[in-house]
Design a binder for this molecule. Structure first.
Ligand code: ATP
Length: 272
């Protein structure tokens, strides 16, 4: 489905031509427009420094802490512009941002980490139900629930970071590079669980990833960001079949940026 075919009312999130400035001078994203359908799962792909994390921070409001600012454009969540809302108000609306780097309380056990993530208003029985659900999604966490979280493996810490986010029962879960530094079998396991959560709970998910191969297996749509701009947007199937994407992400493109690959591929097509 192309962006123009998407009915705006069916989107939990829309970014319309959003620009972000850091330190009042550094334009990090330049007119980014993306949409996440209600109950959908969408990926933002791109290489280092493309602007993926900045886009998530613009949505969650965490830019403020880094002297960043949305200088143009509109961010609409559930039909309402949220550009002027404080980060904590966006959390209350149901926007949950799992930042890069698996932040957990290392001196607490996984069980205590999950407890601490539950909203103040959540009843004891609901907290217990939600924790049980997390242990069902992540059996490895159940096995390690009384260990110190700092001693968990990278994959287990990532599962705990996602579990903590899910304890808040978000309406939009945003994950920044959950696959970073993990072995392929763990990426497969974690991404399989994300897919299950999306399907079973209808939770809308926006996934930032450099690992396009893994991400495109679970999302319905993807946006490719380069130098702060969306350079491609399509269904996961179409992106997987795209020769430029294949060349860039599946070998042969190392050290080049997406534009170079695109021009190189076009030249190749014209010459053939
Ligand atoms: P990565 O995968 O490496 O995190 P990314 O696609 O998430 O890459 P961003 O972190 O959003 O990219 O960075 C986009 C641009 O903004 C980069 O040029 C980066 O150097 C710059 N940038 C990011 N954070 C800040 C900041 N706090 N202050 C100034 N510039 C920043």
């Amino acid at each position: 489905m192309s962006q123009t075919e998407t009915n705006t009312a069916d989107n939990i999130l829309s970014l319309n031509s959003v620009e972000v400035l850091y330190d009042m001078v550094m334009l990090a994203i330049k007119g980014v427009s993306i949409e996440v359908p209600r109950g959908g799962m969408v990926a933002l792909l791109g290489s280092n420094g493309a602007g993926k994390s900045t886009t998530l921070k613009a949505i969650s409001g965490l830019l403020r802490a880094e002297r960043g600012k949305v200088s143009r454009g509109e961010i609409v969540f559930d039909g309402k512009p949220i550009g002027d809302s404080l980060p904590q108000d966006r959390v209350a609306m149901g926007i949950c941002h799992v930042i890069e780097g698996r932040r957990v309380f290392e001196h607490m056990t996984p069980d205590e980490n999950l407890e601490a993530a539950a909203p103040m208003s959540m009843s004891r029985s609901k907290i217990n139900d939600e924790k049980a659900r997390m242990y069902e999604y992540f059996p490895r966490l159940a096995e390690r629930k009384s260990s110190q979280s700092g001693y968990l493996s990278g994959g287990e810490q990532q599962m705990l970071a996602i579990g903590r986010a899910l304890m808040t029962q978000p309406r939009l879960l945003m994950l920044d590079e959950p696959s970073l530094g993990l072995a392929p079998f763990l990426v497969k396991e974690i991404f399989g669980i994300l897919q299950r959560i999306n399907e079973e709970q209808g939770m809308s998910i926006l996934l930032v990833e450099q690992n396009a191969v893994a991400a495109l297996e679970i999302v319905s749509h993807g946006y490719l960001i380069e130098n702060g701009r969306v350079v491609m947007h399509d269904t996961a199937e179409a992106l997987k079949a795209n020769s430029d994407i294949q060349e860039f992400y599946l070998g042969g493109g190392e050290g080049k940026n997406f534009h170079e690959i695109k021009h190189y591929s076009r030249r190749k097509r014209w010459l053939s």
